[in-house]
Design a protein around this ligand. Structure first.
Ligand SMILES: Nc1ncnc2c1ncn2[C@@H]1O[C@H](COP(=O)(O)OP(=O)(O)OP(=O)(O)O)[C@@H](O)[C@H]1O
Ligand SMILES: Nc1ncnc2c1ncn2[C@@H]1O[C@H](COP(=O)(O)OP(=O)(O)OP(=O)(O)O)[C@@H](O)[C@H]1O
Ligand SMILES: [Mg+2]
Ligand SMILES: [Mg+2]
Lengths: 268, 268
């Protein structure tokens, strides 16, 4: 059964997009059927998966606002011989907030949930399998786009940069997840917290790790993503780090994160 | 005369808050009268200037949405013997987008501009001097909060992280600035682009620097802010890096940035 995971954190620059791209690629590399949904007006996940703005005929804006079916908006990411699908994002998404607000639409936070539910029904009618994982890359805010992702998702994956400001924002994020669970999506779970940009050479990283593991226990993945410049070089080549340099520490960490996630899913 | 500078970039985690805190402190340290306006629902600038959530009686939300006068919402930041004022931010700000949208208010992007204009008038009537610099820390999006900042500002300071994704977002930001200049604020200028988290050990930083200087020339400050862990440690002590460790490379760079800015202002 398809599992929809929102990759969310309103703090900026914590590794949401890098996680969507590389976790998605690592899952696809071991045979999982993966769709990445780029819900960020910056469209970084689309660029990092090798689909530049000129190739984005349909986007997540079309799915949310124009009723374009998911299967029509999906393109295959250009990454070597790995099958991974993408619905690109683009700057039109930044208009969603105001367009949905002023229309006073009662279901403004359910647009994505309705679209994914209809997609599942159509697939089931045709007897086709769906995806194993749908990863939604969220923008750095708790606005209508992120609320749509949290309402459509089965669970939330929280990348947490090993920095003080990132830690400060975690409480707000947890409150928002609680509020969504109470009203918009009662079955929303926390997939886990993944520590990113961990730098063993500085105390701050270890302090944040100790704080977070102390507070959230088993919700925190054992796998940590180290700070690794190869992860930030890969997008300029339009490739996930797993393809750009599959032996670098960043790629190895995302491969480990994928297998830890699959292992946890089997145990449940 | 008071100069209002919006510190903006919709890309997350590029150093907007760190620049607001440390550039503000460096300007105040040399005798400039400075007000920092925390327009981010995360309230990071307030924390980094030593004003925790419990001490935020009035916030920028009150100024924008409840008509609280600026002088009433202002507190003095707790930083050693340097005079620097702050209007704190808090999570209530994340409601502004929807509250202003659904009210269909015609001047929803002028709330901050009106508040600062009224504040200047009141000061002039009393024969009081205003601030020399008002620095507005913006959230990572091009939403109503950032549009309010761009509409109220004399100029925009753009922190640009030396990374590929940050470079990709610059075009969108420039389009937005153009659009604001064309409709909401005809005199909006670009104060400059400041390269942040520059790491001389990796090629990516140098590539980004060459790209940006090649494209934007004199608009790019000569001063670059190096990646320096002391800058990210300081907020956990509730202090600007300039107070926490005034000799570290990060603090020295922000002191240089302040003097470069003052020098450029004198030349104009
Ligand atoms: N583990 C890492 N090591 C080094 N650099 C990284 C790592 N993870 C991400 N980066 C880089 O840090 C920057 C921020 O990461 P990314 O863009 O993935 O974060 P984000 O949370 O998606 O940002 P936004 O909030 O703007 O959407 C990017 O330039 C990225 O290439
Ligand atoms: N030059 C630097 N060297 C090292 N770390 C830095 C530097 N500048 C900022 N940081 C750290 O990087 C993280 C991101 O910086 P900061 O929060 O200032 O960015 P921002 O643009 O305000 O983020 P947001 O988009 O979430 O508002 C913070 O944890 C900060 O402490
Ligand atoms: Mg992103
Ligand atoms: Mg900030």
């Amino acid at each position: 059964r398809e599992r929809i995971i929102a990759i969310a954190n309103q703090k900026g620059g914590v590794g949401k997009t890098t996680t969507a791209i590389n976790l998605g690629t690592a899952l696809a590399a071991v045979g999982e059927r993966v769709l990445v949904f780029d819900l960020d007006p910056q469209g970084n996940a689309s660029t990092g998966l090798g689909v530049p703005p000129a190739e984005r005929r349909h986007t997540t804006y079309d799915v949310l606002m124009r009723g374009t079916p998911i299967e029509e908006a999906t393109v295959s990411a250009n990454i070597a011989d790995i099958a991974l699908d993408l619905i690109p994002g683009d700057v039109e998404l930044s208009a969603v907030e105001l367009e949905l607000a002023s229309a006073q639409t009662p279901r403004r936070n359910f647009r994505l949930r309705d679209a994914t539910a209809q997609h599942r029904e159509r697939r089931a009618l045709k007897g086709e399998d769906g995806y194993d994982y749908v990863l939604i890359d969220c923008p750095p805010s708790l606005s209508t786009l992120t609320l749509n992702a949290l309402t459509a998702a089965d669970s939330v994956l929280i990348p947490l940069q090993c920095e003080f400001f990132a830690l400060e924002g975690l409480t707000q994020l947890m409150h928002t997840i609680e509020a969504v669970r109470a009203s918009l999506n009662t079955t929303l779970e926390i997939q886990g917290i993944v520590l990113t940009m961990f730098d063993a050479r500085n105390n701050l990283s270890e302090q944040v790790e100790n704080d977070v593991r102390g507070h959230f226990g088993a919700k925190v993945f054992n796998t940590m993503i180290p700070r690794n410049v190869r992860l930030s070089e890969a997008p300029s080549h339009g490739k996930p780090a797993l393809i750009y340099d599959h032996r670098c520490p960043g790629s190895l960490a995302y491969a480990r994160l994928a297998s830890e996630m699959l292992q946890r899913a089997r145990q449940q």
